[in-house]
Design a binder for this molecule. Structure first.
Ligand code: SAM
Length: 238
């Protein structure tokens, strides 16, 4: 184990929310981010139908289940498998949410249109700030587009985004589809992390416009593109 890894483990052991999550049996410290955002913005209500895009290991699923209660319904999707949470009204499927076929699977599981779509998904981290910021914004745009397919009118959307100069345009885009848009960073989000959350309320029912669609690239192509870009940036820095 490298020195950096050891430092990270030590830091995690001292982390308040990490310890609290262990104590209260949440699968991630991120559960508290959702609780805190919910306190402030009243996103998930009892009886709601919630979709969680990028849900593993399941901390948000647990938090969402507590907020919707017995009468609500929660369905999540992740590239990674999620161990069952043991509730009849919580489902998790394995898959890539940027693929149409997986959104169809979610639609088939939903008892009705969703009240809320949440996404804590992170892109693959390249370590290059501009690339990671752009990828994060693209992932949120994709999640937002999906939310317009799944939500009821006046529904809500919440997603993690790495803060940076493209967030202003992301907010403008969100304002085309939602009446209220906010950016917030919950207390449980580490100060040194660039993550923040976009909260969109009152979906207008407007269909996603062609001009707002982002180019969906196959994973292999994506990696090749990034490798090329990283080579170019490295060459520039020499
Ligand atoms: C920070 S974790 C989510 C943690 C979760 N909110 C919790 O509390 O347990 C981000 C997740 O997003 C998933 N993810 C990223 N891109 C995805 C995609 N295109 N489709 C499905 N899952 C994705 C990753 O596999 C990862 O498990």
């Amino acid at each position: 184990m490298g020195r950096k890894d050891k430092r990270w483990i030590l830091k995690r052991k001292k982390d308040f929310y990490y310890n609290l999550a262990k104590k209260l049996n949440y699968r991630s410290r991120a559960a508290f981010k959702l609780f805190q955002l919910n306190e402030k913005f009243n996103i998930i209500k009892p009886g709601n139908i919630v979709v969680d895009l990028g849900c593993a290991p399941g901390g948000w699923l647990q938090a969402a289940r507590e907020l919707v209660g017995e009468k609500g319904f929660v369905v999540g999707i992740d590239l990674q498998p999620v161990k069952s949470l043991g509730y009849d009204n919580v489902k998790a499927i394995k898959g890539d949410f940027t693929l149409e076929e997986n959104i169809l699977k979610i639609k088939n599981l939903l008892p009705d249109k969703a009240d809320v779509v949440i996404s804590d998904a992170s892109p693959n981290i390249s370590g290059y700030w501009d690339i990671d910021h752009a990828r994060s914004v693209d992932l949120v745009k994709t999640a937002m587009q999906i939310s317009t397919e799944l939500l009821k009118e006046r529904g809500r959307f919440l997603a993690k985004v790495f803060y940076g100069d493209m967030v202003d345009d992301l907010v403008k885009l969100a304002e085309k589809y939602f009446e209220k848009v906010y950016i917030s960073k919950p207390r449980a989000s580490r100060k040194e992390s660039a993550e923040s959350y976009i909260i969109c309320k009152r979906y207008t029912g407007k269909k996603w416009e062609e001009e707002d669609k982002i180019k969906r690239i196959k994973k292999e192509e994506n990696n090749e593109d990034d490798e090329l870009l990283i080579k170019k940036i490295r060459a520039m820095k020499k």
